[in-house]
Design a binder for this molecule. Structure first.
Ligand code: PLP
Length: 385
């Protein structure tokens, strides 16, 4: 696959005399027609025409073309956020009373979608940590409709074997969806492994500037057309042309950013994994990680996210986090800047699972000098008394 061609050329062949070097921004809400006939045609097939920007727009269309090509999908749809994309995809295939098999700890708002929002419609969810055939068979119900993966998953970065899960699911006639935000379309392509839909929080690596919130679903045209007509047009959680344009800009540098951030994270993990104040690390592409074999098989980059379990009490973990200077305490990830997100900042005190993980700090290695980043974590570890 010629990634540079997709990112820099595909869809940008200029028909006009202007020949923009950067993709143009079509900041318009609607489009006009020369005749009733052409207008009628656009209304009847809004998926493939420009009628109204809730549906389609040339700036969105260019981004859809590039993202679909990178994921090896027929098409892509864009949303106001990753969560809007995930909700639209799941709502399309799940009806009242259905059952979902999900990865143990998906992104927090995906878990809310499953456990709170869909529960209102009698949808049940079985969360599993291991995706062996035996566990999958045990979790299967007569009303199971969807296998929901996020690989690696949030915070602890457990890896699920996409290909074997898809083979099993296909025999049973189930959908498999994969949240691929961690890898970006360059690091892992689940559709080639049998997945039906791939979702991204495009806020993260795809945008890459910590400045726009967006989401995407990639997949086959039939399913995407169904989502377009139902969840996208009806619920209307769409991306703005401006944010789509920001993502086009982000895509131009994605290969460089993904590599730099992956290299920085791998360097830091290697230097800190045996530190006495580090109880354990979570970084699937490290050879000492339990998921290394499967991660190495299905992922091309190690990624910029990693977590460290800090050897200490809650106040000591807080001292460590408060001592960080270059890693800024913030949620989200995927931008230029390195960030740290302590699990204890989200502690409600009610969940045993969360309480158990109070000492985990998730890091995102940005694009800064790796030695500066390593020194920052080292000085913060030394600040623990
Ligand atoms: C951030 C994130 C989401 C949600 O995306 P938003 O753009 O914030 O709505 C979903 N999945 C993963 C893995 C994420 O990191």
């Amino acid at each position: 696959m010629d990634i540079s061609y997709i990112i820099n050329v595909l869809g940008e062949e200029q028909h006009e005399s202007i020949q923009d070097v950067a993709p143009p921004l079509h900041q318009t809400s609607n489009f006009s027609y020369d005749s009733v006939k052409t207008m009628r045609n656009a209304i009847q097939n809004e998926y493939d025409n420009y009628l109204y920007t809730r549906g389609n727009n040339p700036t969105l269309a260019l981004l859809r073309l590039k993202l679909a090509a990178l994921e090896g999908a027929e098409d892509a749809l864009l949303f106001a956020s990753g969560s809007a994309a995930i909700a639209a995809a799941v709502l399309n295939v799940v009806k009242a009373g259905d059952h979902i098999i999900s990865v143990q700890q998906p992104y927090s708002w995906t878990r809310n979608l499953f456990s709170l929002f869909l529960a209102k419609f009698g949808v049940t969810v079985t969360y599993i940590a291991e995706f062996s055939e035996q566990v999958l068979n045990q979790s299967l119900n007569h009303n199971t409709r969807l296998i929901y993966l996020e690989t690696p998953n949030s915070f602890t970065f457990g890896v699920q074997p996409i290909e074997s899960i898809c083979t099993w699911a296909k025999e049973k006639g189930l959908y498999v969806f994969v949240d691929n935000s961690y890898n970006s379309p360059l690091g892992q392509t689940p559709i080639a492994l049998g997945a039906d839909l791939v979702m991204h929080s495009a806020t993260k690596y795809i945008c890459g500037g910590s400045d726009a919130v967006a989401g995407v679903i990639c997949g086959n045209k039939k399913l995407l057309n169904s989502i377009f007509k139902s969840e996208l047009m009806t619920l209307g959680g769409i991306i703005s042309p401006f944010n789509a344009w920001m993502l086009l800009k982000g895509l131009r540098t994605l290969p460089l950013r993904l590599k730099a951030s992956s290299d920085n994270a791998a360097f830091i993990v290697n230097h800190l994994k045996d530190h006495p104040k580090v109880e354990r690390f979570y970084y699937p592409m490290h050879p000492e990680s339990t998921d290394y074999e499967i991660a190495n098989k299905q992922m091309k980059y190690s990624g910029g996210l990693f977590s460290l379990a800090i050897n200490g009490t809650l106040p000591q973990v807080e001292t460590f986090c408060n001592s960080l200077k270059r890693f800024r305490l913030a949620v989200s990830w995927g931008g230029y800047e390195s960030l740290a997100y302590p699990a204890c900042a989200a502690l409600s005190g009610h969940s045993d699972e969360q309480t158990h993980n109070f000492n985990i700090v998730r890091f995102y290695a940005g694009l800064e000098d790796k030695t500066v980043l390593l020194a920052d974590i080292n000085q913060a570890l030394n600040a623990i008394k």
